[in-house]
Design a protein around this ligand. Structure first.
Ligand SMILES: Nc1ncnc2c1ncn2[C@@H]1O[C@H](COP(=O)(O)OP(=O)(O)O)[C@@H](O)[C@H]1O
Ligand SMILES: [Mg+2]
Length: 244
């Protein structure tokens, strides 16, 4: 059964229609990329799935539940953890405390402790820094902490908004290697919003290209990789550079 499905979703900011009928689906256990230039509507989709913005038209369904009228907290409980744009960690809390915040919707103490061990094994750089304040971490380490924190909710799907933004290529490669491992080892479903076409298509099974609030291209990552020039033209010059 399809895990996440958006059907003809429209979202407005006042008089501005940011999403103009978005339909997409994410199958369980897959990695799906959502590509688009700045302003295409990517974060608006993330916020609609997370329950921070409500569609005026259309449906969002996850695991058979309609999300439209649910609160962000209820959506987390259903199994969607969001890793928002811009590495929004708690700067004045330690790495461990940040991880505990990710488990706030849970009450199984033993399971939480076990998952903290598990995420620290996935991200060894964090394991060496559990007592360090979040604000003292490098950009790459902060991005890893936001992903690790998301995993602490024990989600069925991770929704990541531009995890590569502003990071050096080697750090980006490391983060995507770990994301692929989480997908392969745990069967975790990933919906990854990206402007880095090259990295996203290398790691995804399926991809959607978003332009001005509409899906203009979709296909397997392999198909889209063979049409990189078309994708780049939809993404603008910045994506051209990123597509290398
Ligand atoms: N809070 C807001 N109020 C009004 N317009 C917004 C707001 N947030 C985003 N927008 C507009 O909606 C469109 C999509 O934005 P966004 O989803 O953030 O794009 P992306 O994440 O793809 O860069 C843009 O035109 C943006 O200017
Ligand atoms: Mg965005």
């Amino acid at each position: 059964m399809t895990l996440l499905r958006l059907r003809d979703v429209e979202v407005n900011y006042g008089a501005v229609r940011a999403l103009r009928g978005i339909s997409l689906s994410v199958e369980p256990g897959t990695v799906v990329a959502l590509l688009g230039a700045n302003g295409a509507g990517k974060s608006t989709i993330q916020k609609a799935i997370s329950g921070l913005l409500k569609p005026t038209v259309g449906d969002i369904e996850f695991d058979g539940h309609r999300l439209n009228s649910l609160s962000p907290r209820e959506i987390i409980r259903l199994g969607i953890a969001t890793v928002p744009e811009g590495r929004k960690i708690f700067k004045d809390l330690s790495v461990s405390e940040n991880l505990r915040m990710g488990a706030y919707s849970r009450s199984d103490r033993a399971g939480i402790a076990q998952d903290q061990e598990m995420v620290l094994d996935l991200f060894p750089v964090l394991k060496e820094r559990t007592k360090q304040l979040g604000g003292s971490l490098s950009g790459g380490e902060q991005q890893m902490l936001t992903i690790a924190r998301g995993l602490m909710a024990r989600p069925r799907m991770l929704l990541l908004d531009e995890p590569s933004l502003g990071l050096a290529p080697l750090i980006i490669a490391d983060i995507f290697r770990i994301l692929k491992k989480i997908n392969a080892d745990k069967g975790m479903t990933l919906l990854i919003i990206e402007q880095n076409v090259h990295v996203a298509l290398q790691n995804a099974d399926y991809a959607y290209v978003l332009q001005l609030g509409r899906v203009t291209v979709e296909g397997t990552a392999k198909e889209l990789q063979e049409n990189r020039e078309v994708i780049a033209s939809y993404m603008g010059t910045q994506a051209h550079a990123a597509a290398g």
